[in-house]
Design a binder for this molecule. Sequence first.
Ligand code: KPL
Length: 318
Amino acid sequence: MKCAILGAGAIGTLVAAQLSQIDEVELLLCSRREQALVLAAIGLRLETESMPTSIPASRWTVVEFGETLPSHWAAATDVVILCSKTNASEELSAVAARLLSSEGFTISLQNGISNENILAGYCGSNRTLGALTTHGATRLEPGVTRWAGRGEIVIGNCGGNLTAGSPLVAELLTHLEAAELNPRWSENIEVELWLKLLLNCAINPLAAICGCNNGELLESAELHEQSVATMLEAAKVGRMVGIDLPGDESLIEQLNMVLASTAENDCSMLQDLRRGVITEIDSINGEVIKLAEHAGIACPLNSQLVALVKGIENSLRH
Ligand code: KPL
């Protein structure tokens, strides 16, 4: 199976490293500058709670963003997995469309709820599935990633005609399972994408502002209270726009589970601020505020977090 991973940052390299152990999977990684150079010349070191794994550069082909795609991958790729920051979704969805074979399909493991629509716009809804991940990964330096929290990869139909039984989808699920990435097919990916959005609303801005790992949002009663209140405010918006979300108790249980399983992880927004790059706040809490404005409801907690994260982004730029 020819599998391209567009955006080989923390999550992208985690997925690539695990899939590199499956002989039937041939990998193409697309990344920016330094990361691309190191992945192509040296490979990747994946740190886990046990022994670190080294994946040699020979295990994959690497292209830099904007470079010409290798000719034997163009229109010949079975699966394209988008793992970039959401501000690169448009650019990389166009690359996905050039890579995919006619039977191939694409998923996004990015944060946010709009990536599937962007991908479908370029690749067609019959070649796009909904997906998300709750694995926690930290990019320590170019070519070095830490798998800081075991989660899952959830995939489901979001409007096209692909199912868990479609041959390439079934094959990807088998490979992800063998790669210990814990895949699961969902019959209701729209709700699952919203659940992930709620987790990101509750975790990312608070952990990024406080400079703490996810576990501290569980340990500190004050931070946990803020995290839960932010999530429940966003959940109200989800229910207003017709998403059939579970009750508040169940949402809090899921938040606590992800905080515990990714306790050692610095969330992606904190990693972005530390690297001085634009965060995904607009695709997370910002997306909720946009929907709330349309629905005519106030979202003071989420609005304040957006303002604070943008304030920090600006201060880092000067
Ligand atoms: O998605 C994540 C992120 O960091 O963006 C979680 C699941 C919160 C893990 O940190």
